[in-house]
Structures are given as structure tokens and as C-alpha cells.
Design a protein around this ligand. Structure first.
Ligand SMILES: [Mg+2]
Length: 223
């Protein structure tokens, strides 16, 4: 199936998930829950896990159960020295630049965090746009609505023409169900993923068809 549109998750997908940034964000989430909402510290890890498994994100659980303001929360949890964790990535840049199809960031974070990450990695201009939690109208992944909204924003009507990369099998599952080709950035196979690669760098080797189409098309138009 010809891929026309790519949706790519941001955190732990575009950069090495072992760099400590996600742990730092998670630490800020816990701190927010303790300091700003007043939840007992010892209950927070189980509660966060419960919200994640039930609603897809901690934020969604906090909105439902604690009337948390999303913007305030997202600003708080992402208030970190990002350059301590990530830096310009020429290899990522050349990979993304070589992919002919439009690429969209699809994230449950907010656009300002996504902008900051993309600017540090020096890949912002290689994306057609950022589909963030606001653009998703707070239908965060893995809600099927999130993918429907994303396709609408990308002017793509057929899920079968979409490739979706994420480090979360939870997020991939509904996308696969809808007909997207799903790529897990991880180490273990998952029924939610057509392909598993340990780093986004490996995409070219794992899914060369993405580039083949361009060659076939250009051969066709040249021939
Ligand atoms: Mg992620």
C-alpha cells in the first residue's frame, strides 16, 4: 500500500528513549500531583499508572478527577532544561529530509513543548505541522478520535495510506485497527505493530518501500 502521509510521535520516538527526558517529565508529573493537587506522594505512582491505562494519559485522568487545567499542567511538566537531554541530530535530520511524503508530529503534549524539542533537534522545518493536544481537542492518543482528527488536519482520507510511528503499543493499537501501517520504536514485538525498530534511524532498513515509491514514480514520469 502506498504511503502518502506519516504521523510521528514526539517524545521517546524522535530521540533516544534512554536519554532520561521521559523520566524527568514523569518526575515533574508526580511533583505536580503532589505539590499542586495535594495528592499523597506514596499514592502517586499507582494513580499515574491507573490514569495512563484507563485514559491514555495522566493528564486525562487529572482532568476528569481533579479538574486540572491542561495548559498549566503541561507547562509545569515540560519545564525542564531540554538541552541537558537532547541535542541537534544530523542523522535524524537527514533521515527525515530523505522521506518524500509529508510528515506530521502527532503528540499528546502541547505544541510549545514539541516546538522546543524539534528546534533543539534541528528538524522543525522538516514537518508539515504539529498536531498537539489542543489540535486534537483533547482527544489524546490512543482514542480513535485523535487519529481521525489527525487525518483530517493532514487532509488524508484513507488510513491505509498512513504510516504511524510511536514508542507506545497502546497508541499504535487503534491506528492499526483503522488500517494504518504501524511502526513501534521499541525492543519487543507487539500485536499493535507491523514493524518494530529499536531506533527511528532504522526505518530505512526496515521499511524501504517508503522510498521505493518515489523512485518508481520518478522512473514512471521519466520513462
Ligand atoms: Mg512517546
Amino acid at each position: 500500500m502506498k504511503i502518502e502521509t506519516l504521523f510521528i510521535d514526539l517524545d521517546d520516538t524522535l530521540y533516544d528513549r534512554n536519554n532520561g527526558l521521559w523520566e524527568a517529565i514523569r518526575g515533574r508529573m508526580s511533583r505536580y500531583m503532589h505539590e499542586c493537587i495535594g495528592l499523597p506522594e506514596q499514592e502517586i505512582p499507582a494513580l499515574r499508572r491507573h490514569y495512563f491505562e484507563t485514559y491514555g494519559t495522566t493528564l486525562k485522568g487529572l482532568q476528569i478527577h481533579h479538574k486540572v487545567d491542561a495548559d498549566e499542567y503541561l507547562a509545569y511538566v515540560h519545564d525542564l532544561p531540554l538541552r541537558d537531554f537532547i541535542s541537534p541530530d544530523p542523522q535524524l535530520k537527514s533521515l527525515l529530509a530523505s522521506i518524500p511524503q509529508p510528515k506530521w508530529i502527532l503528540t499528546n503534549a502541547n505544541a510549545s513543548h514539541a516546538q522546543n524539542v524539534l528546534n533543539i533537534l534541528e528538524v522543525r522545518e522538516l514537518f508539515s505541522g504539529i498536531i498537539d493536544i489542543h489540535a486534537l481537542d483533547f482527544h489524546c492518543k490512543p482514542e480513535p478520535e485523535a487519529f481521525q482528527i489527525a487525518m483530517k488536519i493532514a487532509s488524508q482520507t484513507d488510513a491505509a495510506h498512513c504510516l504511524y510511528l510511536d514508542d507506545s503499543p497502546f497508541n499504535l493499537a487503534p491506528a492499526k485497527e483503522m488500517g494504518m501501517t504501524t511502526v513501534l520504536i521499541g525492543n519487543a514485538p507487539s500485536p499493535a505493530a507491523h514493524l518494530v525498530i529499536s531506533h527511528i534511524y532504522d526505518l530505512k532498513q526496515a521499511f524501504p518501500e517508503l522510498w521505493d515509491h518515489r523512485d518508481q514514480d520518478s522512473e514512471r514520469s521519466n520513462g
